[in-house]
Write a protein that binds this ligand. Structure first.
Ligand code: 3PY
Ligand code: MG
Length: 255
């Protein structure tokens, strides 16, 4: 049976999501079966394209997990298409203004909240519901995450949080650390960067929004769990493979 990210967050907070760059659906399905609470397919920096997203969402859904799609920068049409393909949330990078946040909501919510165009054929197939039920529930069961990862986004944060229909924010700690150091370094764990992320989290929670963040490894994810994030994306598929291979080889070569 279909599980949306909204439903998963209601009973597993924080949800820990896999982060998948490799476009074969087998990779996404393997992550779904490995114990993550959700699977995110990355079109911004990862290799996913619209066809691989369609296949990946199906594989993850049939394995019983919610799928999230991070779309490319400014590609709000793809945000609609990801939901049409059955994703239960989208993450939009580089949301730097109220206009960006409004464009995200317009693409991902049906009227009267937004202007999402009708065509969720694949989502309806995968979720096993009828079109009327999909229309009645989609604005609640699909989530739009605005990525906050620039100085402009931090400056506009309170206004972005007031955009009707925006469900959640997702902090990009690497880009944020580059912005806060004026390009000097990329270091998500820098104290000033963690302070900025915590301030974003507190303001978003005060506005009633869910807050997600990206963790490079298990130690970072543990920190974010303790801090009260709702949704934590953990690592990346290439690292799961490399770490698993290294651990197995080391075990094999032990005397
Ligand atoms: C960032 O940290 O900038 C991200 O976009 C996380 O993937
Ligand atoms: Mg980023």
């Amino acid at each position: 049976t279909f599980v949306s990210l909204a439903a998963r967050l209601a009973d597993a907070t924080p949800a820990l999501s896999a982060w998948i760059s490799m476009p074969d659906p087998l990779i996404a399905e393997s992550a779904a079966r490995a114990g993550f609470d959700a699977v995110t397919l990355d079109m911004q920096h990862g290799l996913h394209d619209p066809v691989s997203v369609m296949r990946g969402v199906a594989a993850v859904t049939l394995a019983g997990q919610p799928t999230i799609v991070r779309v490319p920068v400014g590609d709000f049409a793809m945000a609609s298409r990801a939901l049409d393909m059955g994703a239960s949330a989208v993450i939009a990078p580089m949301i730097n203004s109220v206009a960006d946040a409004e464009a995200l909501v317009a693409a991902t919510k049906y009227p009267p909240v937004g202007q999402r165009s009708w065509g969720p054929t694949r989502a309806i197939q995968l979720q096993g519901i009828d079109p009327a039920a999909y229309l009645a529930n989609a604005n609640q069961t699909t989530l739009a995450f605005a990525m906050i990862e620039t100085l402009a986004a931090m400056a506009a944060l309170d206004a972005i949080l007031e955009v009707p229909g925006l469900d959640a924010v997702f902090i990009g700690p690497s880009d944020l650390s580059i912005a806060l150091s004026n390009g000097a370094n990329v270091d998500p764990m820098r104290i000033d960067n963690q302070d900025a992320a915590s301030a974003i989290r507190a303001r978003a929670h005060a506005a009633g929004k869910r807050v997600g963040i990206f963790a490079l490894n298990g130690a970072q994810a543990r920190l974010y769990r303790a801090l009260g994030y709702d949704f934590i994306a953990l690592g990346v598929d290439a690292a799961y493979f490399a770490l698993g291979a290294a651990a197995m080889l080391a075990d094999a070569r032990r005397d």
